[in-house]
Design a binder for this molecule. Structure first.
Ligand code: ZN
Length: 190
């Protein structure tokens, strides 16, 4: 297994709609294992394959002791929303804003062997599924902000020296970037 470098906003892979997985071999198993290890290393609550430079529909998650991966996820969301919570993202280090998300999510997909899986979640787990699936469609949580929050986020992204952060991440794996994603408490910024 290996710890993978996390791509930072500005990298085109984060804005690309990821391809469905069609081959369920050792390469996919290695990707899931490496993503899981990387997510644990940065104490992240979730990680989508584009965040490690792989444009495939795969994400891993780790919320409140529930850990796993979903391949080719399809979401069914409740019609109602949960209270807004601050989210961060490993690909946008140091930032956090409250995001509107559906209260409950059922995600169906397959595991790394191609076997069907269904997971239902509320609250943080549902939030995580929605956040990670957005990544597979090239969407970042900052795209979902409105009004003053959106302005503030765009300003912060413009002003942040993410090139320098990318170098730092590449050179020493920066556990610090993970804190923005909140670790055990998804999305609570330091
Ligand atoms: Zn993210």
């Amino acid at each position: 297994m290996a710890i993978l470098n996390i791509r930072i906003i500005g990298d085109p892979v984060l804005r690309t709609v990821a391809d469905p997985v069609t081959e369920f071999g050792p390469e996919l198993a290695k990707l899931v294992a490496d993503m899981t290890e990387t997510m644990e290393d940065v104490e992240g609550a979730g990680l989508a394959a584009p965040q490690v430079g792989v444009s495939l529909r795969v994400f891993t998650y780790r919320i409140g002791g529930v850990e796993g991966h979903i391949i080719n996820p399809v979401l069914e969301n409740s019609e109602d929303f949960q209270p807004d919570q601050v989210e961060g993202c490993l690909s946008i280090p140091g930032l956090g804003f409250p995001v509107r998300r559906y209260r409950q999510t059922r995600v169906t997909g397959v595991d790394l062997h191609g076997n069907p899986v269904t997971v239902e979640g509320e609250d943080m787990l549902a939030r995580c599924f929605q956040h990670e699936t957005d990544h597979l469609d090239g969407i970042l949580y900052t795209d979902r902000l409105e009004g003053e929050d959106r302005k503030a986020a765009l300003r912060a992204i413009r002003n942040a020296n993410y090139d320098a952060i990318t170098e730092q991440t590449t050179s020493k794996r920066a556990k610090s970037v993970g804190t923005s994603f909140g670790g055990s408490s998804f999305g609570i910024t330091p």
